[in-house]
Ligand binder design. Structure first.
Ligand code: NAP
Ligand code: ZN
Ligand code: ZN
Length: 353
């Protein structure tokens, strides 16, 4: 019999999130059942809850930065035992057979078989959708469950599962490291992790923020410089100097002010996924310097585990503000005002109480 568990859901694109009872399957032989202790609040949760990407099927239970404790395992599970710390990110399964899946890039599954943690057709319960981490428990096939070192603060580690890997992956792919100049645009959940990783990889790291109040934090997080992007003169001083820019901004904006900062053959990677399209970039700015605008989606399972292990070795976690489940609607409003220092994390004990 599937188990009933407490959750928080959006029922439509306008109403605040509220309580909902959902069911989770009993562990199958390869399944790990996890009691959720903490779940990070990603801006994608907000985009999805409000149907800003036009693909939401209600009710939706957001949450894909899940950290918890293993409460049961199926008979064929080998990597986890009851009591272990375990984590789940944005994916709970994929086709597993295509070239991308076989390469450990399950997020780019060639046949559209990536099963996202929420809002995707549930392979294990035909006709139903997956429900995310704003809930007290989740059951996930072992191959999509990650290990987290017990030495990492669990609340601070939860957002590594999306904010962490989404910045780690493009920084690695485009070779951030010594001798490279890297820009991070937007100091929010993703951005603050981008700064920490870029700095840890040894790159010269510059933060671009619209919030003058975040300058000191940017430096504390590891940036060599923080530029307020509304300051045209300060922007001009950075022109043509970047190898790589990771753009995490959650709203439509003028991309040219950042592409102009790239060196010849530099790349700006868009990870922010705003509701409304960016204005078309200036083609001449790209052509005349052979510049690239790219995109990147989270990270696959092997790289996510690599990132978690890197964080354990280097003692990296997210800067979090822990909230109760019933504060989620206020948290969304604050996120829209760029007022997050630097990730909200829900203490799931508050949903059980
Ligand atoms: P967040 O915590 O809200 O941070 C976004 C930051 O962008 C804000 O803190 C703000 O930084 C800046 N910003 C917001 N509105 C802006 C505006 N109108 N103009 C300029 N800057 C603005 O959000 P997040 O959780 O980091 O997510 C960021 C985006 O990435 C979202 O669209 C999310 O859906 C997307 N995302 C993508 C992936 C992926 O795999 N590609 C994964 C996760 C999330 P400042 O105050 O410093 O300006
Ligand atoms: Zn996310
Ligand atoms: Zn696949």
């Amino acid at each position: 019999m599937p188990t009933s568990v407490a959750a928080y859901a959006a029922q439509d694109n306008l109403s605040p999130l509220g309580p909902l009872t959902i069911t989770r399957r009993d562990p199958e032989p390869k399944d790990v059942q996890i009691e959720i202790l903490y779940c990070g609040v990603c801006h994608s949760d907000l985009h999805f809850a409000r149907n800003e990407w036009g693909m939401t099927i209600y009710p939706i239970v957001p949450g894909h930065e899940i950290l918890g404790r293993v409460t049961a395992v199926g008979s064929a599970v080998t990597r986890f035992t009851v009591g272990d710390t375990a984590a789940v990110g944005c994916l709970v399964d994929s086709c597993r057979e295509c070239q991308s899946c076989k390469a450990g890039l399950e997020q780019y599954c060639d046949v559209g078989g990536s099963i996202f943690t929420y809002g995707a057709p549930d392979k294990y319960a035909p006709g139903e959708m997956t429900y995310g981490g704003y809930s007290t428990s989740i059951t996930v096939t072992e191959d999509f469950v990650l290990s987290v070192a017990k030495t990492l603060d669990p609340a601070g580690a939860a957002p590594l599962l999306c904010a962490g890997i989404t910045t780690y992956s493009p920084l690695r792919h485009w070779g951030a490291g010594p001798g490279k100049k890297v820009g991070i645009v937007g100091l929010g959940g993703l951005g603050h992790m981008g700064v920490k990783f870029s700095h840890a990889f040894g790159a010269e790291t510059v933060v671009f923020t619209t919030s003058a109040s975040k300058v000191a934090d940017g430096l504390r997080l590891g940036a060599d410089q923080v530029v307020v992007s509304r300051d045209a003169e300060a922007m001009q001083a950075q022109a043509g100097s970047f190898d790589l820019i990771i753009n995490t901004v959650a709203a439509s904006h003028d991309l040219d002010q950042f592409t102009n900062l790239l060196k010849r053959e530099g790349t700006m990677v868009l990870v922010g996924a705003p509701e409304h399209a960016h204005p078309s970039p200036n083609v001449m700015s790209l052509i005349f310097r052979r510049r690239t605008i790219a995109g990147s989606l989270i990270g696959g399972l092997p790289e996510t585990q690599e990132m978690l292990d890197f964080c354990a070795t280097h003692d990296i976690t997210c800067d979090v503000e822990v909230i109760r489940m019933d504060q989620i609607n206020d948290a969304y409003e604050r996120m829209l005002k760029s007022d997050v220092k630097y990730r909200f994390v829900i203490d799931m004990a508050s949903l059980k109480a």
